[in-house]
Design a binder for this molecule. Structure first.
Ligand code: CAA
Length: 291
């Protein structure tokens, strides 16, 4: 039987890149985790170790499995490894020029690998334009926390080949994710719908409809969302949500207009969980009301 993906390279060792590396390595894929500095890759590895310790503590994996997963992950600051992989997943910051530069270099260094972006809203078609053969470029959009969230959103451009789509669908099965297939369009299916709820919740705080906790409880207890839209905004990062909203406002229309409160909070450095304050005060994974 043909092996689908045996070796992969993840570009970017932040929250998403580290999570993606963990799930690939768990499925017996030799995984290189790349970032631009030793500190960045080391901090990615620390995230993976913490996550695996949690999985082991809740009997999701054995200690032997944990060690085997870690064994399959190699840290690198050298893009030379690109030559030797079947799949690259880019999880770099959401900046089109940066991603185009990365895809140009990747495609010149390896003429066969599937080249995927984990972008949550940028145009995969625009990213693909920089690659030497855009038929192998695709969006593979994972969700945070990657080891836990069951969805993989596969984003195809008009150029993506059927073979690449099929291999990505097979990859989703191999790593235990459920795939949806979406045509490249602003915000795809997930970010476009998720943003509507998140931005409207912020507008409701602005106009004093209810407290952030009560708006969240409306969705948590009334609609069974695991997290209300404001807690989720804190979880994802207000800066991340702002960047997606600006992009969708430009590309789709005024329903994505940025609420002034969101812009103000980002300017004030209230980025959510990562800065310990957003719509809530955060201590690690725990959100507390602000008053
Ligand atoms: N591997 C495997 N399983 C793991 C694991 C790992 N590394 N770490 C934890 N788990 C398991 C736990 O054992 C637990 O299993 P059980 O349910 O069987 O007990 C389960 O995963 C949940 O773990 P926790 O108890 O730690 O998590 P929780 O119950 O506190 O839930 C949450 C946390 C999963 C984040 C939940 O609040 C949630 O689903 N929130 C919504 C998250 C969301 O919407 N994410 C999408 C954000 S948008 C995005 O990411 C896209 C973008 O582009 C910005």
């Amino acid at each position: 039987m043909r092996h689908n993906i045996r070796r992969a390279l993840i570009i970017g060792a932040g929250t998403m890149g580290a999570g993606i590396a963990e799930v690939l390595a768990k499925s017996s894929i030799q995984t290189h985790l790349f970032d631009v500095s030793d500190e960045a890759v080391e901090s990615g590895l620390e995230r993976i170790k913490t996550s695996l310790a949690k999985a082991m503590a809740s009997d999701k994996i054995t200690n032997d499995a944990r060690l085997a997963i870690l064994d399959r992950i190699a840290l690198t600051t050298d893009q030379e490894v690109t030559k030797d992989v079947d799949l690259v997943i880019e999880a770099a910051p959401e900046n089109l020029e940066l991603k185009q530069k990365i895809f140009k270099a990747l495609s010149e260094n390896n003429s066969n690998a599937i080249l995927a972006s984990n972008t949550s809203s940028l145009s995969v078609t625009a990213i693909a334009e920089s690659a030497t053969n855009p038929e192998r470029v695709i969006g593979l959009h994972f969700f945070n926390p990657v080891p836990i969230m069951p969805l993989l959103e596969i984003v195809k451009t008009p150029s993506t080949s059927n073979e690449v789509i099929e291999r990505c669908e097979e990859l989703a099965r191999e790593i235990g994710k459920s795939a949806i297939l979406v045509n490249d369009s602003p915000g795809f299916a997930s970010s476009r719908l998720g943003l509507v709820l998140g931005l409207e919740a912020i507008r409701m705080v602005e106009s004093g409809v209810a407290s952030p906790e009560d708006i969240d409880r409306a969705m948590e207890l009334g609609y069974r969302h695991p997290m209300g839209p404001l807690k989720l905004t804190d979880w994802v990062g207000l800066d991340v949500r702002l960047a997606i909203a600006e992009h969708l406002e430009r590309e789709v229309g005024p329903q994505f207009a940025v609420p002034p409160l969101l812009r103000q909070m980002v300017e004030d450095g209230k980025l959510g969980r990562k800065s310990n304050e957003g719509f809530y005060l955060w201590e690690g994974k725990t959100a507390k009301p602000k008053k």
